[in-house]
Design a protein around this ligand. Structure first.
Ligand code: RAM
Length: 540
């Protein structure tokens, strides 16, 4: 599995109060917007919303454009004239993805209100979530992520203001009961949406291809919904700052809103809360107070270095480098302790590489590629920081690159092998190309073989992996193939009605979830936002 829960309660963390203070100073203001529903519907056929594991067409039924989902479609402007009683249910469609707080006015009509109103309120990012029976979820993630509330109201009229922040486009309200003497009437439903993205900072990229333009627009929406107090991975779940996601959000952010303070804040948060020996956690919490998670992913820790490198590329800032370079160096020293005398990265079970959610492939060569990618960037940062003691790092780089070229590259097929069984997988090719160890001709050959021989047989599971494949194709001069991939992957989500990009999506198996059910999957997930970056960098 790409990732499982880790509990490392014995690991001791240190807190750098000064770095944390700087992170706090950079806390962004949130912008609020009031959004009202555009459409009122009732479920035409609950089955149509179901994501059936055996039926890959089921997600097609989730298309928000499928008019048959909206039964009767009572007029939203007449909402306050409709009366609802036991078992009645309706859906409010806010017309776009929202991250925010929901409120609605409720009154009672008929005889006196002789019993409380009992409601079930569900929030969904895509319609098919409403067709899932949440009570049946028994996967390994917490059920508490399911966006559902059961509410009693003893007195009406009232303005129901739910205190939690939800991530959704659809709200389904079910009247579990009134009493036979009276009915409930709803009016003025409202979402107060929140984001720290400053919409006016974004200038459209101006791509001519309409499909790519749409892909870009959805990417911008995905990114802005995840820009909150920090760059969240997903506003539905996990609602926290993950390093692997941050790296990609930062790149997309430079290509769109360019809000550097938010990137800086996130870098300082990670730097301020490492383990005592300097290991950077995979993610941190910021509420109710700043706290590192006791979860460690080898590649995510390393991405602190490349995220700082990217920051310095876009906004060189000496004081930031001075503050954060020592953290990079400590992390690099720890990472290098996993490299043997031959220059081979030897991974350990308690510090796994993530690479992708899929666990169907050997990750050692891809891990070696990530390490080289970050070591090269580390050396550039070290030079900028004026670090004089670099010879050992340079030697390690030479050793790691030679190991990759001499032992991992199969020149007869122009593909890299991975693991004890000599497996050829796509992630290995992608990360070896991105690592920068190949000549232009070599990387072109590797990605051509990868695209022809490996891509067709690989299940694309996350936008995260897909991003790296697309980037490696662009880097290898195979822009046409990269564009086709973008249209087949991000474009396919749009064709299924996505307002924002999903955390996991396998076009051949739209129901795939690493969590045993899509009900806890996130349908607005940061690592999907990279088309803005890819398009701006490679297609303009
Ligand atoms: C999941 C989330 C998160 C990702 C980790 C590794 O929990 O989707 O975004 O970075 O996996």
């Amino acid at each position: 599995m790409g990732f499982t829960f880790q509990t490392n309660q014995n690991i001791r963390f240190k807190t750098d109060a000064e770095l944390l203070r700087k992170a706090e100073e950079l806390r962004p203001a949130l912008n609020y917007e009031e959004i009202r529903p555009v459409r009122l519907g009732t479920l035409a056929d609950t089955q149509k919303f179901a994501v059936a594991t055996s039926d890959t067409n089921a997600m097609n039924a989730a298309s928000t454009n499928d008019a048959s989902l909206w039964h009767n479609c009572p007029d939203i402007s007449k909402l306050c004239s409709y009366e609802w009683k036991r078992g009645d249910t309706f859906i409010l469609d806010f017309g776009r993805h929202c991250v925010g707080r929901f409120s609605v006015s409720i009154d009672a009509v008929g005889s006196p209100m002789d019993a409380p109103l009992f409601l079930r309120i569900r929030f969904a990012e895509i319609p098919s979530e409403l067709g899932m029976d949440a009570s049946k979820y028994d996967g390994w993630l917490s059920k508490s992520w399911i966006q559902e509330e059961f509410v009693h109201l003893d007195e009406l009229p009232a303005r129901l203001e739910l205190p939690r922040r939800y991530s959704f486009r659809y709200v389904q309200i079910t009247v579990i009961d009134t009493s036979s003497k009276w009915r409930a009437v709803f009016s003025q439903p409202l979402v107060t949406a929140e984001t720290s993205a400053q919409a006016d900072r974004y200038r459209k990229i101006g791509v001519k291809d309409p499909d790519l333009e749409k892909i870009c627009d959805v990417a911008v929406r995905t990114l802005s919904e995840c820009m909150q107090d920090v760059f969240e991975d997903g506003p539905k779940r996990d609602r926290r700052l993950w390093l692997g996601d941050l790296r990609l959000q930062a790149l997309a952010n430079y290509a769109s809103f360019d809000q550097t303070d938010l990137v800086k804040r996130c870098l300082y948060l990670f730097a301020a809360m490492t383990t005592e020996d300097g290991r950077i956690p995979a993610n941190v919490f910021v509420k109710p107070q700043n706290r590192p998670d006791d979860t460690f992913l080898f590649d995510y820790s390393l991405f602190f270095i490349s995220t700082l490198y990217d920051y310095m590329e876009h906004h060189p800032e000496e004081s930031v480098l001075k503050d954060l370079y020592p953290v990079c160096k400590a992390q690099m020293d720890i990472s290098l302790s996993y490299v043997d005398a031959d220059g081979q990265l030897v991974l350990s079970d308690d510090y796994p590489v993530f690479i992708d959610w899929s666990d169907q492939f050997d990750k050692s060569t891809a891990g070696q590629g990530v390490m080289i990618y970050c070591l090269r960037r580390f050396l550039e940062l070290a030079e900028q920081a004026g670090d004089a003691e670099l010879s050992a790092y340079r030697e390690s780089l030479v050793l790691m690159e030679s190991y990759a070229r001499d032992h991992l590259l199969d020149r007869s097929r122009m593909l890299f092998v991975s693991g004890p069984d000599g497996e050829y997988n796509l992630a290995s090719q992608v990360w070896m190309v991105l690592s920068g160890i190949l000549t232009e001709e070599e990387q072109h050959a590797v990605m051509r073989h990868a695209a022809d021989e490996l891509l067709p047989e690989t299940d694309l599971v996350t936008p995260y992996m897909c991003h790296h494949i697309a980037e490696a194709l662009f880097e290898a001069g195979l822009s046409d193939k990269a564009v086709t991939l973008m249209k087949d992957y991000w474009g396919a989500m749009i064709r299924l009605g996505a307002d924002t990009y999903w955390e996991v999506f396998d076009p051949r198996d739209p129901d795939y979830s690493p969590y045993e059910s899509p009900v806890v999957s996130s349908y607005c997930h940061a690592w999907g936002c990279t088309p803005i970056y890819l398009i701006r960098k490679y297609l303009r």
